[in-house]
Design a protein around this ligand. Structure first.
Ligand SMILES: [Fe+2]
Length: 401
């Protein structure tokens, strides 16, 4: 590859495949490039030379320091493609082309309606630049036998305003080119830049998050793109936006609560399981972010029972804790899929709600999960970064088929 090609290829950044609302025919792709007029080539996965590829032009938005209070320093085009007429259960490949060069090849498979499939789950890839996260993602995906989907409950980076942190996350092409990826935003996806006095600016909205990802725009008015739902193979995923590092109950929270109940009811019959991605864990630490138990838990727990939620995937506290079934809902806070860990609270050991607590800090560990979906249950197996199975539980199907 010539030097020129290397330089140009580096101008195509942050390519990520996101689910559309119904992932059996709808998939979204997002990327950034310095070059105006970039496009996507999409074809059947067997057409590895892209001889029969369709050329798809994105919605292209100029992102600059003059626009939207962006704290990214580098002007670029944010490119979004929303595909809505894909074949069900079909494997595709694509690449992004800009200025006479092309990205590597990306893969995705649309949902086929099967009731037996597997996805990967992660949380909190922090801290930035850590050496564990990418290897953990590779390991979990390998154990799963290469999943079609990976999900993460937020805090993927430390400072959303730092270009180099997103470059770190997406910098290893073999990972994000393999699967469809969905996340909920964490509070760090709201982090701007630190002031000289140490105070960290909180962005008014997850602007950078919404520029990096391309999730369905079917959530509440307050949080389009960061609050959304999608269905993959009869599993309904709902992503909540818990906001920045301040944790009061806001009008947005109440709006999201009503939305989740309404959405779960409206989509009844189309899904067997309902899984929530919610960054701030309702059943985890009593001390790390005390506002969660004070404000969020009383608001959300009854809503989850009413909505018929099966499993809540969370993070935020960097402590591994997993409850038993509470009024039909299981809560898994995996704590860390990176290097940031904390010692669990005494309260978590004594509250009578938890079946499993792992002191990730003491063990210098992080974890990810393989979730096997079947008619009978969700079988969740959690592995550490050495590939050891550290927790397993099953969430029984509760809907009639
Ligand atoms: Fe967090």
């Amino acid at each position: 590859m010539s030097l020129l090609t290397v330089i140009l290829a580096s101008l195509i950044n942050f390519i990520v495949t996101c689910p559309g609302e119904d992932a059996s025919h709808s998939i979204n792709v997002n990327w950034h490039t310095d070059v105006k007029g970039s496009y996507m080539e999409l074809t059947d996965s067997r057409d590895t030379a892209f001889l029969s590829a369709d050329k798809i032009y994105p919605k292209e938005t100029l992102w600059s320091t003059d626009c939207c209070d962006s704290l990214f320093a580098i002007e670029r085009y944010v490119c979004k493609v929303n595909m809505d007429n894909l074949k069900k259960g079909h494997s595709y490949i694509y690449r992004i082309c800009a200025a006479d060069t092309a990205s590597g090849t990306y893969h995705f498979t649309t949902a086929n309606g099967s009731r037996k499939w597997t996805f990967n789950a992660f949380t909190d890839f922090q801290t930035r630049f850590n050496p564990y996260t990418h290897n953990l993602i590779r390991l979990i995906d390998s154990i799963a036998g290469h999943s079609v989907l990976s999900v993460c409950s937020g805090d993927m980076i430390d400072y959303a305003a730092h270009q180099d942190e997103w470059e770190w996350l997406f910098g290893q092409d073999d990972i994000f080119s393999r699967f469809i990826y969905a996340s909920s935003p964490g509070d760090h996806e709201y982090w701007g830049l630190p002031y000289p006095n140490g105070h960290i600016e909180q962005l008014k909205s997850p602007l950078t998050y919404n520029a990096i990802f391309n999730f369905p725009q079917n959530g509440t008015d307050c949080c389009k793109g960061s609050n959304y739902w999608f269905i993959y193979n009869r599993v309904l995923f709902l992503s909540l936006d818990c906001g920045d590092s301040n944790t009061p109950v806001s009008e947005n929270s109440k709006m999201e609560r009503d939305w989740i109940i309404r959405t779960a009811k409206e989509l009844e019959g189309r899904y067997d399981y309902l899984i929530v991605l919610q960054h701030k864990s309702l059943m985890s630490s009593y001390t790390n972010d005390s506002g969660v138990h004070k404000y969020l838990t009383p608001l959300w727990v009854p809503a989850y029972v009413e909505a018929g939620v099966d499993l809540v995937l969370s993070g935020h506290d960097h402590m591994y804790s997993r409850t038993h079934e509470i009024d039909g809902v299981w809560y898994l806070d995996m704590g860390s899929s990176g290097r940031k860990t904390r010692v669990p609270d005494e309260g978590q050991y004594t509250d009578g709600l938890h079946d499993k607590i792992i002191n990730l800090r003491e063990l210098d560990q992080c974890v990810g999960a393989v979730v096997s979906v079947s008619r009978k249950c969700l079988d969740i197996k959690v592995y550490n970064r050495d590939g050891e199975l550290v927790d397993q539980f099953k969430v029984k199907a509760k809907r009639r088929r």
